[in-house]
Ligand binder design. Structure first.
Ligand code: TXE
Length: 480
């Protein structure tokens, strides 16, 4: 595959003089392509260009409904190229092709959803006194920076970029060093269709071009998805410029299963919530809290399912793909290697050698019964196909355990008792609560974000446009 160039100032950047970073296929361990190792100078050039584009006549004269039409067109373009995009996403991350296809459809849905909002972001008229006309105007916030991780590149790029463009901003995307392919595909489209500098795509290491961007005084807003420590670093550099951040920092989300739950419904949802994308999902259902009276039955069913999950590359039609890179793979195996003797690995707990793909990064889906909810593997985000199980005795204990981590992104509650369902849902500290389900294909219309260390602000839904506007109050004193 040809090398991936950056899109800066309406031109493709990436000459032989540049430094390059290898992009590895996690399913095979082989080289896919290379990306430019972007640096401070690239970051500065992109921000200067973005500032010019923001003020440019071409972009200012793009009417809100025309931005909406463009986003619709983008959704159609994505669907028309769904096969090719899904192949790129599978190649980059190693995810099964059905999951990659679902990601592409979700990306199209984001563009479609925000296209409809582009000309419906209204201000208010506020009654104050006679002959004072007071109105609020929703201005774009300006140069928006989108730092995207490697687990759902096209979805995460689409969800914030679509909202930012709908509201008239300009966009700089810094994709993960591991997964540049689908963003590069979209960059070619934006390059052709939008005024120069409205959309720019940068690549490179987070600690280099990433931090050069987050600390740049020309950036007006930052949307970051990634780890808690990097989120904190991003927030600190944003603070120096008094710039708002939207942070989505992952979780340790529970499925809470009560004794009257319909296990036939719960089991497939629990399995999917932790093995989808090999558990590398911010909203993964990585903790199972279960009533002690049904725990043995539920665990037995889950172990049985886990044993039969096919692990391997997309080419083998596997259900569980590889871990993204060697660093993450080793990290997960290290955690599995330190499981305390009192905890019990019920299934998995080891690497998998897939014939013909010996250099891929495969881990067997794992269930661990914890000795205690304070076990570090119950508390920390593992970001792999690893489910931790803890039993509870009553509703109050279930709520206490559900809330007993630093995170609060998503929770699933499984019960047929409507009182229990509402009682628990209203007490769980989490941005989303699903009752008798878990997750919703993309969940484009649902506000998404975290309590506690899972983040700041909300993405997805109509509410996300708030991240990309600033309110100007205009008061007109009328006098004849
Ligand atoms: O994340 P980082 P990593 C969690 C998950 C995973 C852990 C580590 O637990 O095991 O994070 O993954 C860019 N300034 N999540 O190391 O470092 C980087 O280039 C600016 C949860 O991959 O947070 C990449 O584009 N940017 C998660 C992005 O930040 C910087 C998804 C994420 O990298 C930067 C991914 C810096 N100083 C990991 N340093 C989720 N919430 O879904 C790095 N980056």
């Amino acid at each position: 595959m040809e090398k991936i160039q950056m899109l800066i100032d309406g031109a493709w950047v990436g000459s032989e003089n540049e430094q390059w970073i290898d992009v590895i296929n996690p399913a095979t361990g082989e080289l896919i392509t290379q990306i430019v190792r972007g640096n401070e100078e690239h970051a500065d050039r992109a921000v200067q260009t973005a500032r010019k584009a923001l003020k440019s006549k071409e972009w200012k004269s793009f009417k809100p409904f025309e931005r909406g039409q463009f986003l619709q067109e983008t959704a159609r373009y994505i669907r028309a190229n769904a096969e090719a995009l899904a192949e790129l996403e599978s190649l980059d991350i190693g995810k099964p092709s059905a999951q990659a296809k679902a990601d592409i459809e979700a990306a199209a849905r984001y563009f479609e959803f925000y296209s409809g909002l582009a000309d419906k972001v209204f201000g208010d008229t506020i009654p104050i006194e006679e002959d004072l006309l007071n109105v609020t105007v929703m201005d774009p916030i300006g140069v928006t920076l989108h730092i995207v991780p490697w687990n759902y590149p096209i979805q995460i790029t689409a969800r914030s970029v679509a909202a930012a463009i709908a509201t008239g901003n300009v966009v700089i995307v810094k994709s993960s060093e591991d997964t540049p392919l689908t963003t590069n595909f979209l960059a070619k489209w934006f390059h052709e269709k939008l005024p120069k500098g409205v959309f720019q795509h940068l690549t490179g290491y987070g600690a280099e071009i990433g931090s050069a961007l987050t600390s740049h005084p020309g950036v007006n807003q930052i949307t970051f998805t990634g780890s808690v420590p990097t989120g904190i670093a991003v927030m600190k550099s944003a603070a120096n410029n008094v710039v708002p951040v939207t942070l989505e920092l992952g979780g340790k989300s529970p499925n809470v299963v009560f004794k009257d739950a319909d296990l036939d419904r719960a089991v497939p949802a629990i399995v999917n919530s932790i093995v989808q994308n090999a558990g590398q999902t911010c909203s993964a259902g990585s903790r199972l809290l279960v009533d002690e009276t049904i725990a043995d039955e539920l665990i037995e069913k889950l172990v049985e399912k886990f044993k039969h999950l096919k692990v391997g590359p997309p080419a083998n039609h596997a259900e569980v793909g590889p871990i993204i890179n060697e660093k993450q793979y080793k990290r997960i195996l290290e955690i599995l290697g330190t499981i305390d003797k009192q905890a019990k690995i019920l299934v998995g707990g080891e690497a998998v050698q897939v014939e013909g793909y010996e250099n891929g990064f495969y881990i067997r889906p794992t269930i661990i019964e914890a000795s205690n909810h304070n076990n570090s593997f119950v508390q920390e985000e593992i970001f792999g196909p690893v489910l931790s199980v803890v039993r509870f005795t009553d509703v109050e204990e279930a709520i206490e355990l559900a809330n007993a981590t630093d995170y609060g992104l998503v929770a699933g509650v499984w019960t047929k008792d409507i009182d229990v369902a509402h009682y628990v849902a209203s007490r769980i500290e989490s941005g989303q609560v699903f009752i008798n389900s878990y997750g919703a294909a993309g969940g484009v219309q649902m506000p998404f974000g975290g309590y506690k260390k899972s983040g700041i602000g909300r993405e997805k839904s109509h509410l996300a446009v708030q991240n990309y506007i600033q309110i100007k109050n205009i008061a007109i004193q009328v006098q004849l």
